[in-house]
Design a protein around this ligand. Sequence first.
Ligand code: PMP
Ligand code: GLU
Length: 423
Amino acid sequence: MTSAVHRLKVAHRVETLTPSVTVAFTNRAKKMREQGLDVLGFAAGEPDFDTPDAIKQAAIDSLRAGNTKYMPTLGDAASRNAIARKFTEENNIPDCTAEHVGISAGGKHSLYVACHCLLDQPEPGQPQQEVLLPVPAWVSYAPIAELAGGKVIEIPATPESGFRITPDQLRRAITPNSRLLILNSPSNPCGTMYTPDDLRALGRVVAEAAATIAPNLIVLSDEIYEKIVFGGIKHFSIGSMPEIAERVVTINGLSKAFSMTGWRVGYTGSSGKFGLDFTKAMATLQGQMSTNITSFLYASVPVALTKCGAEVEKMRLAFADRAELINNRLGKIPGVRNIKATGAFYAFPDVSAHFGKTTRGGRKLGSAIDFCEALLAENLVAMVPGEDFGGCGKNHIRISFACSNDHINKGMDRLGEFVAGLR
Ligand code: PMP
Ligand code: GLU
């Protein structure tokens, strides 16, 4: 029995956790559609294609073959081997074996487990470990890093810099307390990429700092959009730089490249002696958390990584086409400033020229949140406000163009009407 005055509460760290705005707007749009409203969704960061057949068939066959029991925590030998081979051959990551690979329930889960294996809760009187985060960045990095005990230090990027931080900015941000640097190229939400030379220059700063003031610095390189590149910039894995390979953890997954968001398959790769220690730690933590991912999905991993090149290419070309279309359409809407995406499937235009105006429905726009709330309520278009991506994100909205050209055209018509109604 609880007394009438006593308020039962959930844990403080969860009560104060920022909910994912991308998930929130996606779910709201779904709910409105279920209620019969003709909502056009641009919130979900998930490809609209079906999962390639060969991948589905492998899971079906595995299920029918009776693979329905607990499996090794971080994956069976065949899937871990296939991933290690991919990291070695495609990403040029040195000394990356199956023992350096861990499979988790989605890239988000990989990131969560990795952060908990790398960040310590601060001892009383000691400084928190710092997590360097170039912003705007995907909304889940900061909450996950903070839950694990890290203190997020934002490094601001701007549209003018192509949403890329410079080596100098990184150098200035590193302190003796720096523990993690999170990189994400191609970027969610910016749709931009670092060039191989940009990443090599950032890697050299990491190597320099590791040899001097920040010996514990680790890079978490989230390369989940690596296959979705169309701007002429080659994808480069910073973990391929021999001088820092052992201090790089690469995160990837099947969600985006193979249109498998609902399957929940993510993975990490690392290198050298520390990579083995790190992966063992992942196994220990995940063994007390979720154990293996769904047993019969493992069979799909080698199939996805080795047999689906043609499907991946087809999707890539579709995204390239959509990036072009949406950039052209956004360019014709007054007060909406966009940079054409070179990777992933997001446009991230600055709409702050409209802050201070009032909508046809009488809503005052003071922020990107107001903008997206009004756009959803009045014109039935779901886009994600940029505030939670950090830095200059507060002036931007995120538009996922993982949808058909027809859907994009309709959405841009409605966005154009919404903007035309602002006074
Ligand atoms: N990293 C980035 C940058 C993402 O946008 C996403 C999408 N949610 C993820 C990781 C995780 O994806 P998933 O958990 O579906 O593998
Ligand atoms: N990564 C996707 C997005 O940014 C999926 C939702 C999420 O996990 O954030 O929309």
